[in-house]
Ligand binder design. Structure first.
Ligand SMILES: *[C@@H]1O[C@H](CO)[C@@H](O)[C@H](O)[C@H]1NC(C)=O
Ligand SMILES: *[C@@H]1O[C@H](CO)[C@@H](O)[C@H](O)[C@H]1NC(C)=O
Length: 260
């Protein structure tokens, strides 16, 4: 399941491109109308270590591989290095919500050192949930960092956070000299629906574009309302469908129109 609302701290460099916007691409979404890669939209990830299987390719977007599982059929750990070698991503994202999936910080640290350390690219620590329970969320991350004892090489940390709290103050506090990449953000099912999301993103984009320490940001989510409801019903009820970048007919939604 996709977990919306993550805030990623990053020392992340993307070639010299003008834009900072990226697509959170879902496997069920065949359309990529915002993928020209010559405007504000420059990056894409799809929760896997293979490129999105779209007929039109991904244009000039920079793909970010994500080893979301310790090992799974869609992204086998045995193929991580070879997939990177053939695709040459600049960055790898790692485990998705290990704190909710019964993975201990110690086993994640061992796994990370063995499998992620060898990749000579930018690396993100696992993406935890926003749980405030001890042993979950950020406390899971700090336990993992302790278990690593300085031996895990990473460039950024994924911080989960409900979007309402992804406020400017928080961003300023998190950045502390690091650059930030923000993934999966939107208002959480606002009463005003799509219009409220448009107003939010308009303001958010303006702020993020002007913040020199923000390198990339990925609104939630690059799909259409009907596909989101069908394929990720819990995500659709948690976030609503007003932040979808596409209309059901594949054209850019009012939120999507803000992207270009
Ligand atoms: C952060 O976590 C989210 C959800 O798990 C994921 O979509 C995103 O790619 C992650 N980013 C990094 C840097 O791991
Ligand atoms: C696609 O759907 C949107 C939203 O319903 C609508 O405004 C637009 O006219 C449609 N475009 C086409 C080509 O049908």
């Amino acid at each position: 399941m996709i977990t919306p609302f993550l805030l990623v701290l990053s020392i992340f460099t993307v070639a010299t491109r003008a834009g900072k916007r990226g697509l959170t691409w879902t496997f069920y979404d065949g359309s990529l109308v915002l993928n020209n890669g010559d405007g504000q939209v420059v990056a894409i990830y799809d929760y896997e270590t293979f490129l999105p299987p779209t007929t039109g390719g991904i244009g000039n977007l920079g793909f970010i591989g994500m080893q979301r599982c310790m090992d799974c059929p869609s992204s086998p750990i045995s193929q991580l290095f070879s997939r990177w070698q053939s695709q040459r991503w600049a960055t790898v994202f790692t485990l998705n919500e290990p704190d909710l999936n019964g993975i201990s910080p110690a086993s994640a640290a061992t796994w990370y050192m063995k499998n992620i350390n060898p990749l000579p690219i930018k690396k993100a620590l696992p993406a935890v949930s926003s749980s405030a329970t001890s042993g979950k969320g950020l406390s899971w991350v700090s336990e993992m960092i302790n278990a690593c004892a300085g031996r895990c090489s990473f460039d950024y940390i994924n911080l989960s956070s409900s979007v309402a709290s992804v406020c400017k103050k928080l961003l300023r506090r998190c950045h502390k000299g690091h650059n930030l990449v923000i993934t999966e953000f939107a208002l959480q099912n606002p009463a005003g629906g799509q219009a409220a999301q448009v107003a939010f993103f308009r303001q958010a984009f303006q702020f993020l574009d002007g913040a020199p320490y923000v390198t990339l940001y990925f609104p939630f989510v690059a799909t259409s309302p009907s596909l989101l409801r069908k394929n990720d019903p819990s995500g659709a009820s948690f976030v609503g469908t007003g932040s979808c970048l596409y209309n059901d007919n594949g054209s850019a939604s009012p939120v999507g129109a803000l992207m270009s």
